[in-house]
Design a protein around this ligand. Structure first.
Ligand code: UD1
Length: 448
């Protein structure tokens, strides 16, 4: 059975106290919306419709950035969750199959939970995701008879007896697309909030002789983010899980609580991550590598046996082959380093290709930017770049070539050659001592 996702993301999120639409606040380097899209993606949906309203242009851009097949429907006025779902109807015209409604501010719904809901759909027209709430507060209450969901009652509209129910509505619903839209057509806004409630759907389904049921999940999955405090809590939950997962996968974390993961970090077994390492998005580390303390990595790939840091910065496009060494205070961006290449101290390597076994001396800089355009530096195999070399790109250094320390290299260096591009040294006999004596005399006479 084909499935489609409708992700509600039109709300402003006033309590975030932010200019940014709520669903674009990030956990582990990805917007909340992307987390919701990722949990839904486990169902391999045929279509995904994001319902945007507040900050729709930004929300649309973020959704498409993650998945360019996503459709975005506009809800110009936020008239309620039922109204929001109806805005996706046109985008889903012609679609036959199940729809699951998710929320752009609810990042932790587990794929297995959604699979359970789809499985329950075989026997019930409407399936709602519920949870036993520790503090039911203002959640919608699920009114059950056995395993039949009779209706959902919003807190504002609930009687005392209904408010005593602890089985609560997560908001996530699954139903056949046609059925869901037909039922939503019958939803009115005659309630305490004056909104078109999606939660009226099960009751209307029951009145029409259709069946509705509840699949339950852990309350933690249903955490919705509407304050900065909840965002911080969610970040903590994500990080705790990511650390546990890394440890379970055979990664050594010397101080797990100090390592920050991104939503998509991949680390192979027997890799060691030292304290205070930050992974931005898009990092893959193969097995048996070591990332030393205080390194910051994003958009890069580290191969088996490579050692990075301490205090290294790998930026997008840094591609390290096996046994590469990147040392302290080295920044690498959009650069490929072949097997065994070393850049051990205080260097900037940007827009470059470095051959196998090449050693780049301390303080070397690839001068890649002329103020307008970026240029490439190519260094061959087994080359030796002397300390404090400025490689003014575009420039090419051949295999087994050398540059003298302190050189400013503006022309290509053929393979096997030594390039010296600095002022030749002259020693002035005794001048240092004479100069010092003169300066001391000036100071003593107070003439300075
Ligand atoms: C909703 C449920 C409630 C459930 C709770 C779980 C309804 C009527 N109530 O209440 O039973 O316990 O979720 O968190 O559905 N949104 C739109 N457009 C709208 C209205 C809402 O996109 O017109 C989005 C919001 O951005 C938000 C989400 O839908 O992310 C939930 O809406 P909200 O009005 O906050 O519902 P709750 O009061 O949380």
């Amino acid at each position: 059975m084909p499935t489609a996702l409708i992700i509600l993301a039109a709300g402003q999120g006033t309590r975030m106290n932010s200019d940014l639409p709520k669903v674009l606040h990030q956990i582990a380097g990805a917007p909340l919306l992307v987390h919701a899209m990722k949990s839904g993606a486990s169902l391999a949906p045929d279509r995904t419709v994001v319902v945007a309203g507040h900050g729709a242009d930004q929300v649309k851009a973020a959704a498409l950035d993650w998945d360019d097949r996503v459709q975005v429907a506009l809800q110009t006025e936020q008239l309620g969750t039922g109204h929001a779902v109806l805005q996706a109807r046109q985008a889903l015209s012609g679609f036959q199959g199940d729809v699951i409604v998710l929320y752009g501010d609810t990042p932790f719904i587990a794929p297995e939970t959604l699979e359970k809901m789809i499985a329950a759909r075989q026997h019930h027209a409407v399936v709602v995701l519920g949870f036993q709430a520790a503090d039911p507060g203002r959640y919608g209450r699920l009114v059950m008879t056995g395993d039949v969901l009779e209706k959902i009652v919003e807190y504002k509209d609930a009687s005392e007896a209904e408010r005593a129910i602890t089985l609560c509505n997560s908001g996530v619903v699954a139903a056949d697309a046609q059925t869901l839209f037909d039922l939503l057509d019958a939803v009115s806004n005659d309630n305490a909030a004056g909104e078109y409630y999606l939660t009226d759907v099960p009751g209307i389904a029951r009145a029409r002789g259709l069946t509705a049921t509840v699949v339950t999940c852990d309350e933690a999955e249903t955490l919705g983010i509407d304050t900065r405090a909840a965002l911080a809590q969610a970040e903590g939950i994500f990080q705790t899980r990511a650390r546990t997962e890394a440890l379970d996968n055979g990664v050594t974390l010397q101080a797990p609580d100090t390592v920050i993961f991104a939503h998509d970090t991949v680390i192979g077994r027997d890799t060691v991550i030292e304290p205070n390492v930050v992974f931005g998005p898009g990092v893959t580390v193969e097995s048996g590598a070591r990332v030393r303390a205080f390194s910051h990595l994003e958009g890069c790939h580290i191969s088996r046996g490579a050692i990075v840091g301490p205090y290294a910065r790998l930026r997008p496009g840094a591609e390290l082959a096996e046994d590469v060494r990147i040392g302290n205070f080295v920044e690498v961006k959009n650069a490929t380093l072949a097997t065994g290449a070393k850049v051990n101290h205080l260097s900037y390597i940007g827009d470059a290709t470095i051959g196998a076994g090449t050693n780049v001396g301390a303080g070397t800089i690839t001068c890649n930017y002329d103020g307008v355009m970026k240029h490439h530096t190519t260094i061959g195999e087994r080359a030796f770049i002397g300390s404090n070399t400025m490689l003014v790109a575009p420039v090419e250094i051949g295999d087994e070539a050398m540059t003298a320390s302190g050189s400013v290299i503006t022309e290509d260096v053929p393979a096997g050659d030594l390039a010296v591009a600095r002022e030749k040294q002259t020693n002035k006999t005794g001048l240092a001592r004479r100069l010092m004596e003169k300066l001391r005399v000036i100071k003593a006479k107070g003439l300075n």
